[in-house]
Design a binder for this molecule. Structure first.
Ligand SMILES: *Cc1c(COP(=O)(O)O)cnc(C)c1O
Length: 416
């Protein structure tokens, strides 16, 4: 059963009515189900039992300390893309020895911090980055564990903004260049070759791109083996999709089994970097209707959450279900554009939604646990939403609502 469900016309998260949460903590509010998070992590790892694996939660999808801490307690590693994310993982009690560091633009300072923490692996994305890492590791008298993020040039069949495995984007090293880079790395004094990495995109709803990418990675592993460069782990990235609307992504068990079928006989560790799949459907964004504004061609429902809180609709034209927190009997429904108060025409949360609502009603923007809070901003000097974690019948504040004064606390006016 889902952890978000209706009972007597009211939407619940675990055992708590979202209406009560809104009354107690105000809106907009991100609400996560602890059970949904832990169930997702357990389900992801269940299919991998019996084969050496490490599941590194992609921090950028939801960097909340409470969520990182929950996954850390369940044995997760972490995929980070900045020094800031490394600091978060450590603050949340994560194990640096299970951290992989992705990203095309790692700074010298970020490399130093990661080497000092003794992270598990640097996922290298260019020759220049390799040179810099070797030099910095040398200065620190360290040996940096690396894998190269290879670009397998497979079409992930997802939105172009979240497809990363094709030749013409900025990520990874070209497949054809990989062997030369591994040879160079294996000769460097302060680099240790550990793995091969790829990440082909996000919100993938088919297995075939993962399997095509894995085939290409395995071919590379075999070539490297023949050249005397043994590979200890394959990192197949993240990207497995969730259901927002009517998508049917592969179940975790099916995904794991298909991958294990290809790997089975090999003595090689599997690393995964799921983000969205672990958190996306574990969170909702609660919002209140400020005004209904009927029009001749469109009706608008103006709510107190906006693109600064949840950017995915404005950025990718992404779809999120929008559901009433309390279902009305006998209220006539209408079709609405659900929009926020931000001064941009792109500020919408949903188009053409049939809803039976009135001013003051609460709505839940569903599937908002991934790339929601983590992509939020203070545009229009809007404080970021409070974050709450429901655990059974308890509600915990895991991030306080920002105050307006916080937003300009670092600023100064010039003296006349
Ligand atoms: C964003 C990202 C992920 C996570 O992607 P999801 O689609 O959220 O699973 C994993 N690895 C890398 C390198 C990423 O950039």
């Amino acid at each position: 059963m889902s952890n978000f469900y209706y009972q007597d016309g009211e939407l619940f998260c675990e055992q708590v009515a979202l209406r009560e949460i809104a009354e107690r903590f105000g809106t907009p509010a991100y609400v996560y189900s602890r059970a949904a998070l832990s169930q997702a992590f357990s389900a992801f790892t269940a299919g991998l039992q019996g084969h050496d694996h490490l599941v590194c939660f992609a921090v950028k999808s939801n960097p909340s300390l409470a969520i990182l801490n929950l996954f850390a307690q369940m044995g997760a590693g972490f995929d980070i893309v900045s020094g800031g994310e490394l600091a978060r993982v450590l603050a949340a009690g994560g194990d640096a020895g299970k951290v992989v560091f992705s990203g095309v633009g790692k700074t010298a300072e970020e490399m130093r911090a990661a080497l000092k923490a003794n992270i598990r692996c640097f996922n290298i994305e260019s020759a220049a980055e390799l040179e810099r890492l070797n030099q910095i590791a040398g200065e620190m008298n360290k040996v940096a564990p690396v894998s190269f993020r290879v670009n397998p040039d497979v079409d992930a069949k997802t939105h172009p903004y979240i497809s990363t495995g094709l030749k013409n984007n900025k990520f990874g090293v070209a497949y054809e260049d990989a062997i030369a880079l591994y040879q160079r790395a294996s000769q460097m004094p302060n680099i240790a070759v550990h793995g091969v990495d790829c990440h082909i995109g996000s919100q993938l709803t088919e297995l075939s791109p993962f399997l095509d990418a894995l085939d290409r990675v395995l071919w590379l592993v075999d070539q490297l083996h023949d050249l005397g460069i043994p590979i200890q782990h394959i990192d197949i990235g993240g990207g497995i999709g969730i259901c927002y609307q009517d998508e049917t992504p592969p179940a975790f068990a099916e995904y794991a089994q298909a991958i294990l079928n290809k790997i089975a006989q090999r003595n090689i560790q599997l690393v995964f970097e799921p983000g969205r799949a672990l958190v996306g459907n574990a969170g909702v964004l609660l919002t209140q209707v400020e005004y209904l504004k009927p029009g001749s061609s469109k009706n608008f429902a103006i709510v107190d959450a906006a693109m600064n809180d949840l950017m995915r609709p404005a950025l990718y034209d992404a779809y999120h279900h929008i559901q009433p927190v309390v279902q009305h009997q006998g209220l006539k429904s209408a079709v609405y554009e659900v929009v926020g108060p931000v001064c941009e025409s792109g500020d919408f949360l949903g188009h053409d939604r049939e809803l039976a609502i009135q001013q003051g009603d609460l709505l839940a923007i569903m599937s908002a646990g991934a790339y929601g809070m983590s992509m939020s901003s203070n545009y229009n000097t809007r404080p970021r939403a409070i974050e709450l974690m429901v655990d059974g019948d308890q509600v915990h504040v895991i991030r306080a609502r920002e105050q307006v004064s916080d937003l300009f606390a670092l600023e100064k006016v010039l003296k006349a």
